[in-house]
Design a protein around this ligand. Structure first.
Ligand code: PBG
Length: 310
């Protein structure tokens, strides 16, 4: 009867698995604060992507690390960049899974901010052009979906126009429309080596105290051409997931971020919680709040457990 009456279901197909691509060959470095997650060179990412596809997970979300960082983050749009090489590898391997790419500059800039910095301030409009370049370079390499996570104003419209101009009309935009300035990104910044070298991201990421603003951000991005929107982090913002779900008609994703993952892993490692039950409860909660899909570092484990259950 429980099966019959269940209101919320989980499947591997509603999940996206994030991965970190680094330069080089044959490289895999574990991320200390994220057990089970590594930074890997492109060909290793392709191997893991095969496993991800085999588990029935719908897509991967790729983050890149550069050879070297500079003021403008120029490796973000390099045709030989880590992400671009991983995308090409996945396409060459004939994988059908959705290749989603994170479009941002913070992993590539020497100062670690998500945009161009002048006079100690992030410059919104000057940043747009670089994000457009980056999105086009991902599309050219074979990405299906580009996901801008920088939180500059007007970037969805700018990226849409540029993709269309370059003939990539079929590439979709998943906007990190509602991204809070969160301490839960801590372990990610270790993984991507992207902590800001001065100041913080409060100037462009949202105040955790605001929910009405989330609705406005999501509506604006849909108007500018976002095909899907995302709320991030997930757990402290389930009310926001619900509000955004009600506000827009496009698919809504939730990003179960690094810090949320690390907390579970740390407690499970100490034997304080039952990892499998906790993870499934978390993912179910995010779905119940209204997320159509979930980006999570737990995706592979969860997909495996769902398979076992049959
Ligand atoms: C890049 C970006 C971040 C995350 C995704 N894209 C970090 C940040 O904004 O500092 C965080 C993801 C995670 O914590 O898992 N702007």
């Amino acid at each position: 009867m429980r099966e019959l009456a269940r209101e919320t279901r989980l499947s591997a197909g509603m999940m996206v698995y994030p991965m970190f691509v680094c330069p080089g060959k044959g490289v895999r470095e574990e991320v200390a604060s994220m057990p089970g997650v590594g930074r890997q060179s492109a060909e290793r990412v392709v191997e893991e992507a095969k496993e991800v596809e085999g588990l029935g997970i719908s897509g991967v979300l790729l983050f890149g690390l550069p050879e070297k960082k500079d003021e403008r983050g120029s490796e973000a749009w390099s045709a030989e960049g880590s992400v671009q090489r991983a995308i090409e590898g996945i396409r060459k391997a004939g994988l059908k899974l959705l290749v989603v790419t994170d479009v941002c500059l913070c992993e590539y800039t020497s100062h670690g901010h998500c945009g161009v910095v002048e006079g100690g301030e992030v410059q919104n409009d000057a940043t747009l052009e670089l994000l457009e370049e980056t999105a086009v370079s991902h599309a050219r390499a074979g990405a299906d979906v580009v996901a801008p996570s920088d939180m500059m104003d007007g970037r969805v419209g700018a990226i849409r126009r540029r993709l269309d101009e370059k003939g990539f009309t079929g590439v979709a935009i998943l906007s990190y429309a509602v991204k809070y300035c969160s301490a839960f990104y801590g372990p990610f910044r270790d993984a991507a080596d992207s902590a800001p070298q001065f100041g913080d991201r409060r100037g462009y990421q949202m105040d955790p105290a605001n929910a009405r603003e989330a609705k406005r951000e999501a509506e604006m991005d849909v108007e500018e051409g976002a095909d899907m929107v995302m709320v991030k982090p997930a757990l402290p913002y389930l009310d926001v997931v619900k509000r955004v779900r009600e506000a827009v008609d496009v698919p809504v994703g939730a990003y179960n971020v690094s810090g949320e993952y690390s907390m579970v892993k740390a407690a499970a490692g100490k034997g304080w919680i039952e990892e499998k039950r906790v993870v499934m409860e978390i993912l179910t909660g995010i779905r119940r709040a209204g997320a159509d899909f979930i980006v999570s570092y737990h995706a592979k484990d969860a997909a495996g457990w769902l398979k076992e259950q049959g």
